[in-house]
Design a protein around this ligand. Structure first.
Ligand code: GDP
Ligand code: IMO
Ligand code: MG
Length: 427
């Protein structure tokens, strides 16, 4: 089974890092194909806790070759800081490969991210402020800077100057900010050239060769389906393709290489930033999930918005990504609740929607229709087989599985590496 894609099913932070880590000892390559350092993956290995932003989580496992492919936007300062931090903790990062076609995030992208958010006022997206949107905008606008440009100073200078021409007018005249000096940007980027050079590769060629040689390649998505620029809750999304299809365009492997699509899904729902969220809770239950699930952003530290499991979203994710397997995470967080509501459909005015409404306005007004399930009180963190779970937990899992469009192949019962029940092998 050569190419496996692992993506987020909801609005991010489902535990993709932990799921990747679970598979990492059976894979040869791990590829980050979208997003940048807006991601935040926490992986707990023994007493050690790692927070990864730009590097794929599989980098923590010895023998796995990590790849940052063309679909990613790279902040070079963050890249090297993260590599140094991992090295100092004894992780071997020497095998990292970086696509020559990946785009870079520069100082002006970070500045524009922040000023445009401020300008939007109450219509703001609540971005991570890392320059992700402006870097992707430049890519689509064909004024982006690619990794390979850093090795040709003349080209780099021309491209930075071209990119800054309009932006400086905007910064000065619209946003009332200082202009950005092209030389400063160029010198900053050039300062990474020598360290970057040995990492840069034709990653599409390497990945295709690896697949030809029957190596196992895991494509680890950042963000999630509902944050995908095409399929998410636009405009409250990130600016990349976080769905399974993004693994193909974002890395240069054909879609027919992908044999398995694993979606990581929480036993409830969270969201960071603005945008519609039908099952969001504003009462003590929301506080319960936030506190017990430690729902605070890995990247920005913001409290995550919390709500119940949303089955129409699970089915939507299943369709959009062609999900073959779900990894259900954080079931342990629900322990101690009397009753657990699950959203089975939406009510919009006098109309019932059993599936995600295609019209965004309907989704903004969607009221969840809940079915109630009895809770359990037993600690489940040491459960390692399905039978170890209390009967009500088993019933909850089977019920939401039957509504979600694909089988549940693993169930997370705690943050630790081994706190997982495997129902079907994923690799
Ligand atoms: P990612 O962005 O999808 O990789 O997820 P994050 O790392 O941002 O957030 C998931 C959080 O949940 C991390 O702190 C994980 O350590 C934690 N986690 C993952 N799986 C489980 C689980 O099954 N139970 C509990 N309690 N925590 C989990
Ligand atoms: P992981 O990979 C949760 C959200 C931001 C904001 C929107 C756009 O850890 O699941 P951006 O900076 O990308 O332009 O912000 O997307 N967002 C995430 N939310 N988890 C993430 O990543 C996210 N990456 C971006 O909060 O609402
Ligand atoms: Mg995260």
């Amino acid at each position: 089974m050569p190419a496996i894609v692992l993506i987020g099913a909801q609005w991010g932070d489902e535990g993709k890092g932990k799921a990747t880590d679970l598979l990492a000892d059976r894979i040869d390559y791990v590829v980050k194909f979208n997003g940048g350092n807006n991601a935040g993956h926490t992986v707990v290995i023994g007493d050690e806790k790692y927070a990864l932003h730009l590097l794929p989580s599989g980098i923590l496992t010895p023998g796995v070759t990590p790849v940052i492919s063309n679909g990613v936007v790279i902040d070079l300062e963050v890249l090297f800081a993260e590599l140094d931090a991992l090295s100092s903790r004894g992780i071997d990062v020497s095998g990292l490969r970086v696509s020559a076609n990946a785009h870079v995030i520069t100082a002006y992208h970070r500045t524009l991210d922040k000023v445009t958010e401020r300008f939007l006022g109450k219509r703001q997206i609540g971005t991570t402020g890392r320059g992700i949107g402006p870097a992707y905008a430049d890519k689509i606008n064909r004024v982006g800077i690619r990794i390979q440009d850093i090795f040709d100073e003349g080209i780099l200078r021309q491209k930075v100057e071209a990119a800054l021409e309009i932006k400086n007018h905007l910064l000065l005249k619209i946003y009332n900010r200082r202009a950005i000096v092209a030389d400063d940007v160029v010198n900053d980027l050039l300062s990474y050239a020598e360290r970057l050079r040995p990492l840069v590769a034709d990653t599409a060629l390497e990945l295709n060769d690896a697949l030809d040689a029957q190596k196992i390649v895991l494509f680890e998505g950042g963000q999630a389906t509902m944050l995908d620029v095409d399929h998410g809750t636009y405009p409250f999304v990130t600016s990349s393709s976080a769905t399974a299809g993004g693994a193909s365009t974002g890395s240069g492997i054909g879609p027919n290489r992908i044999e398995r699509v694993i979606a990581v899904i929480k036993a409830y729902t969270t969201r960071v930033g603005s945008g519609p969220f039908p099952t969001e809770l504003f009462d003590d239950s929301g506080e319960f999930l936030r506190a017990k699930g430690f729902e605070f952003g890995t990247t920005t530290g913001r409290p995550r918005r919390c709500g119940w499991y949303d089955a129409p979203i699970a089915r939507y994710t299943s369709r959009i990504n062609g999900v073959t397997d779900f990894v259900l995470t954080k079931l342990d967080v629900l322990t101690g609740l009397d009753e657990i509501p699950v959203c089975v459909a939406y009510q919009v005015g006098d109309k019932r929607f059993d599936e995600m409404p295609v019209n965004q306005t309907d989704f903004h007004h969607a009221q969840p229709i809940y079915e109630m399930f009895p809770g359990w009180t037993e600690d489940i963190t040491s459960a390692r087989s399905f039978d170890d779970l209390p009967v009500n937990a088993q019933k909850y899992v089977r019920a939401i599985e039957s509504m979600s469009g694909a089988r549940f192949s693993a169930i997370g019962v705690g943050p630790a590496r081994d706190a997982i029940i495997v129902l079907h092998d994923l690799v």
